[in-house]
Design a protein around this ligand. Structure first.
Ligand code: C5P
Length: 303
């Protein structure tokens, strides 16, 4: 067998088309009904043999990415190495395109990418079920980054049921100046929502995904973390209003934010909303992306 010199894996960002959040559990996490949709903005993780674990990162926001063992990709490599009784002697290079600390699961994407890249590089042949277990240990959103497409996440978001999607959705993402800490947004949710009901997936929303109907999906988008994100980052209200006035079918905060997401009726409308947002002064930049996107994909070992 030829040992590859490096393996590159491409991993998508996500938007939560529904994020229903229950009360805090005894372990501090929240039960969720989390409808994930993978979108076509990608990070790439390249694994190359090295003397010791090393992380490098390039791209927008790379200066905010930790390069030590607190990086989720480093923890992923260590977890896979421990499972197979070997050393995590790998250089992980992350080419970032997913907004950092933006509520689009960029860190989770890098963890899923690192797992898959190291598994291919090391020839450890980890089964899909084992990879999903490792992903769930690393973080609530990591299993979805591995599988992509669309899925309902229950529990703390890590228990996935694949969902059918009947068409292509056209999105715009406004990248904010600055980030939000996910735990801080959940704490603010607890303060604002002392009696959160048990979370439930919305049937009309799942039906809109199934039929690929953007107008029906727009009418059902819902993020329970949005009031908390707006409370901590009030200027996001201006971004949401700007994209809506430019013709988006609907607007919402992506996950815990501060990226905001705009669903549009087609590619032309998306280009217009993105251009309006870019020149509005209400965000740092705006990106166009289609959904659903495939999950973590090996781009090919280079021998
Ligand atoms: O699982 P992950 O590490 O991505 O979670 C980051 C933080 O988000 C947790 O420490 C917790 O504060 C919050 N969280 C939560 N309930 C969830 C998922 C995340 O409270 N279901």
């Amino acid at each position: 067998m030829t040992v590859p010199r490096s393996v590159t894996v491409r991993v998508p960002a996500k938007v939560n088309v529904q994020l229903a959040v229950g009360a805090a559990r005894a372990d501090g996490f929240h039960d969720l009904a989390n409808v994930f949709l993978a979108v076509g903005l990608y990070d790439e993780v390249t694994a190359t043999p090295a003397d010791a674990l090393r992380i490098t990162c390039e791209g927008p926001g790379a200066d905010q990415v930790p390069l030590d063992r607190t990086n989720l990709a480093a923890r992923a490599a260590e977890a896979l190495a421990a499972r197979h009784g070997r050393r995590a002697d790998v250089h992980l290079h992350i080419a970032k395109d997913i907004p950092v600390a933006g509520g689009m699961a960029g860190g989770s994407a890098d963890a899923a990418g690192a797992l898959l890249a190291c598994d291919a590089l090391w020839g450890t042949g980890t089964t899909c079920a084992e990879l999903l277990d490792l992903c769930a240990e690393l973080g609530s959103d990591v299993p979805f980054s591995l599988v992509g497409g669309a899925a309902l996440g229950t529990g703390r978001g890590e228990r996935l049921t694949e969902l059918a999607v009947g068409g292509t959705f056209h999105w715009v993402f406004a990248v904010a100046d600055g980030g939000l800490s996910t735990p801080a947004v959940y704490r603010e949710f607890d303060r604002l929502t002392p009696d959160a009901p048990a979370p439930e997936a919305s049937e009309p929303l799942l039906a809109a995904l199934r039929t690929g109907d953007a107008t029906a999906l727009a009418a059902t988008l819902a993020n329970d973390l949005q009031p908390a994100a707006l409370s901590l980052f009030p200027s996001l209200a201006d971004t949401l209003a700007t994209g809506t006035a430019a013709g988006a079918l609907a607007a919402l905060v992506s996950g815990s934010g501060p990226t905001t997401a705009f669903l549009t009726k087609d590619a032309e409308a998306a280009a217009h909303v993105a251009e309006t947002l870019r020149t509005s002064g209400t965000c740092r930049t705006a990106r166009v992306a289609e959904a659903p996107a495939p999950g973590a994909t090996v781009l090919g070992p280079r021998a």
